[in-house]
Design a protein. Structure first.
Length: 62
């Protein structure tokens, strides 16, 4: 008896818990991110997520 190949639907873009948007940042910040990316073997995107998560969890509003 042949087994069926089951292929699940791929989630539509944006339904993976992430959103894409653009921001403007200083050239110096891009350079610093690229340097950190090289030193940590992580992508710029991964670093931005790590840094934003940390900043949000550790900021205070006065």
């Amino acid at each position: 008896m042949k087994q069926k190949l089951i292929i699940n639907k791929k989630p539509l873009k944006g339904e993976d818990g992430y959103k894409t948007f653009s921001i403007r940042i200083k050239d110096e910040t891009v350079k610093n991110l690229d340097d950190l990316s090289i030193r940590t073997n992580r992508s710029r995107n991964e670093l931005i997520n790590i840094l934003l998560d940390y900043a949000i969890k550790n900021c205070e509003v006065e």
